[in-house]
Design a protein around this ligand. Structure first.
Ligand SMILES: C[S@@+](CC[C@H](N)C(=O)[O-])C[C@H]1O[C@@H](n2cnc3c(N)ncnc32)[C@H](O)[C@@H]1O
Length: 278
């Protein structure tokens, strides 16, 4: 368990735009503790749980997060942008107690997790396979074994996944650019990348199995990705069953991303359903 709240190897002062100094100290100490345990192959289930919660509490827009008010937690703004947010809102990072917030969030997440749920999760968890690798090459998944694939791939280069995750990457000691993210600028490149993925999905699907492939409307509606997706899936041998169009209701997060209705970004999304012939 995490006892050494002050034992850290670093104190990145830039991050004081997000955190009170003592809070930052606790975050750095937790980072050191977790990375040291990981390096020694001594992470236990409790450590992993704490790591998951802390990673998702790093920055956000409410007092449930370690940071002062910033954008919602799907992304971290740059230090420069946060400085501007602080100036505009006349705010200084308040003291947030890292262990307390982790405990509070844990309580919320586990509030409906009684003995029965735990038992079911343990059984199902034993059969789960968690992989972090390119969707186009998943040799750990047996051929003809999957009933349903639900996926939401990157939509061209609309979202900057490595840029948005710079702070989370810092916390877990990962170099963002070392992660192999598919973010093609051109539609033809995206098409090629998705066809490769569909070939792999075809391989892992059992005959009669389905793929639900979610795509957005990008570039102000000029590019309708589902029109590209259908031929990609068919080229891999899948049968296109239907396209479901979902009119997006704007969330706080979408507004923060600068999405204006029907002008920029993703406004509607579509789920293309394919089936592997039985
Ligand atoms: C539109 S988001 C979907 C996020 C997902 N629904 C979730 O909740 O995590 C696309 C995701 O695909 C990931 N990604 C990018 N390239 C990939 C690849 N070649 N193989 C698998 N995943 C990839 C991105 O990092 C991003 O998390």
């Amino acid at each position: 368990m995490f006892h050494h709240r002050r034992d850290a190897d670093e104190f990145p002062e830039d991050l004081l735009v997000f955190y009170d100094p003592e809070t930052l100290q606790e975050i750095c100490a937790l980072k050191k503790y977790l990375l040291t345990r990981k390096a020694a192959a001594r992470l236990d289930e409790v450590d992993e749980w704490i790591w998951m919660i802390a990673l998702n509490r790093l920055t956000g827009h409410s007092p449930g997060f370690f940071s002062v008010y910033t954008l919602p937690p799907n992304q971290a703004v740059s230090v420069k942008s946060q400085r501007k947010i602080n100036q505009d809102r006349k705010q200084t990072p308040p003291r947030r107690k890292v262990p307390d917030l982790i405990c509070r969030k844990t309580g919320q997440l586990l509030s409906d997790c009684d003995r029965t749920v735990r038992k079911i999760l343990a059984e199902v968890g034993g059969q789960a396979l968690l992989l972090t690798e390119r969707a186009a090459a998943t040799p750990a998944i047996a051929s003809d074994s999957v009933a349903l694939v639900v996926t939401s791939p990157p939509f061209l280069d609309v979202v900057d996944y490595s840029g948005d995750n710079w702070l989370r990457c810092w916390f877990i000691g990962v170099e963002p650019l070392s992660v192999d993210i598919t973010a093609p600028r051109k539609l033809e490149e995206w098409e090629r990348a998705m066809t490769e993925v569909f070939r792999e999905l075809f391989r892992v699907l059992r005959p009669g199995g389905h793929v639900a492939f979610e795509v957005g409307e990008v570039r102000g509606g000029a590019v309708r990705l589902e029109e590209t997706v259908v031929p990609c899936g068919m080229a891999a041998g899948l049968r296109a069953a239907l396209v479901l169009i979902n009119d997006q209701i704007f969330t706080k997060t979408a507004n923060c991303w600068g999405v204006d209705n029907n002008f920029k970004g993703t406004n509607t999304n579509r789920i293309v359903v394919f089936q592997k012939p039985g």
